[in-house]
Design a protein around this ligand. Structure first.
Ligand SMILES: C[S@@+](CC[C@H](N)C(=O)[O-])C[C@H]1O[C@@H](n2cnc3c(N)ncnc32)[C@H](O)[C@@H]1O
Length: 390
């Protein structure tokens, strides 16, 4: 397709919009209910997206070739199965998509959802969606397609389901044979590098870790370098080095504590000297007293890792791939630069171009990118759909 028109439902900050525009599309309608998302959409695309999907009158939507929607995953009514087709989805946001498709018979659909959609409600959710779209006249892939930005060389592990369909009532029973597995360029997690999206110049001061954080992280770095075990496959719990597990603890916890007891026993001299140096971690918070090394032997210092300060402790991972950017509470720290991921880098993880203007409130911006679809994922999926010619 050279030029086409699309609509963007649950439009957020326009991950679909970006992808469709790059493929030659023009947006003719968008819908969202979040104040900040609506503001960002207007600012970036000059389109007012302020309408609840439930309030849309189908006749008010202009003619279009592609319907895009990253809709919430909801359980469908079981009662519907006896009552008849429509009752099954009524009340859900998927029903709103159905309502629009019923009227417009849109040629192409590109829907996105969390990975869990496949197994949601024991597979019934996917089955219901599949049956309903088919009933409307769409050719679909027999299985939902799963794709993650890391497979396309964007260092974020974020598996999402993409549902692709072509309106073709006469051939609705012919499966679409689209599979991302055939894409030659698909990469593994370890073939990525977080440095591909990193801003190399100095960034705003607010992103750099505090002196206090530096102190805590240095302590654990020294710990890691000092012990004689390099591939720790269990969490290190400072408070459990010398204490035995309690009888009523679950087995997994007892197991971890025994490993901590052994770690201490095997490194007693070093650990005693280390804890003395850091005053027995007395001024560390409970979270800071725990440490998880998940980088294997790929790196030998925490400062070359990807660090997350989580309730379960200070976690260090290989600098290959970021975890999924979801409403990020704990923004990951890039060890080498001693700072957190910037808003621009969060945008890049979602393959938004640098020309995109993020919300001026960082928390809102991280949240919006966390909610968005990855632009490259949608672009790849939609291109496969538009070029499909069987
Ligand atoms: C997972 S996000 C989708 C983000 C979008 N695909 C993007 O790339 O930014 C879901 C969006 O649906 C919006 N939403 C939820 N209920 C809605 C409704 N009834 N009508 C319109 N938008 C809705 C939320 O505000 C949120 O922005």
């Amino acid at each position: 397709m050279k030029k086409f028109k699309f609509i963007d439902l649950f439009s957020g900050i326009g991950g679909f919009h970006q992808a469709m525009e790059q493929l030659g599309g023009t947006c003719v309608f968008a819908s969202d209910i979040d104040k900040y998302a609506i503001e960002s959409y207007e600012e970036n695309y000059n389109i007012n997206s302020d309408i609840n999907v439930r309030d849309i009158r189908v006749e008010d939507i202009p003619e279009h070739d592609v319907l895009c929607a990253g809709f919430p995953c909801q359980t469908f009514s079981k009662a519907g199965k006896q009552k008849g087709f429509n009752d099954e989805t009524k009340g859900t946001l998927f029903f709103e998509i159905e309502r629009i498709l019923e009227h417009h018979k849109t040629k192409y659909i590109v829907l996105e959802n969390v990975r869990n959609l496949v197994s949601h409600d024991k597979g019934n959710t996917w089955k219901t969606i599949y049956n309903h779209l088919k009933e409307l006249g769409y050719r679909l892939t027999p299985e939902p397609l799963i794709l993650s930005p890391h497979q396309l060389g964007v260092p974020q592990l974020r598996e999402r389901v993409v549902i692709l369909g072509i309106y073709d009532p006469g051939h609705r029973d012919d499966d679409l044979r689209i599979s991302f597995k055939e894409l030659k360029s698909l990469k593994t997690k370890d073939e990525n590098s977080i440095y591909d999206i990193i801003e190399t110049d100095k960034v705003d001061d607010k992103y750099y870790i505090t002196e206090r954080e530096k102190y805590v992280l240095t302590a654990w770095d020294n710990f890691y370098k000092g012990i004689n075990e390099k591939v720790l496959g269990f969490p290190v719990w400072f408070d459990w080095f010398k204490k035995k597990p309690e009888v009523d603890m679950p087995d997994w916890k007892k197991e971890f504590i025994k490993k901590n007891n052994n770690l201490y026993k095997n490194n007693k001299e070093f650990i005693d000297q280390w804890s003395k140096q850091y005053n027995n971690l007395k001024d560390f918070t409970p979270t800071q007293r725990k440490f998880e090394w998940q980088a294997g032997e790929a790196i030998d210092t925490l400062w070359e890792g990807l660090i997350q300060i989580r309730p379960s402790g200070v976690r260090v991972k290989k600098p290959t791939c970021f975890p999924a950017l979801v409403a990020l509470v704990q923004i990951p720290i890039i060890g080498r630069y001693q700072r957190r991921l910037t808003v621009r880098e969060a945008a890049r993880l979602q393959s938004f171009p640098d020309s995109f203007i993020p919300n001026s409130n960082d928390q809102q911006a991280y949240k919006q990118f966390g909610n968005a679809v990855n632009v490259d994922v949608i672009k790849t999926a939609a291109a496969a759909l538009f070029n499909y010619d069987e």
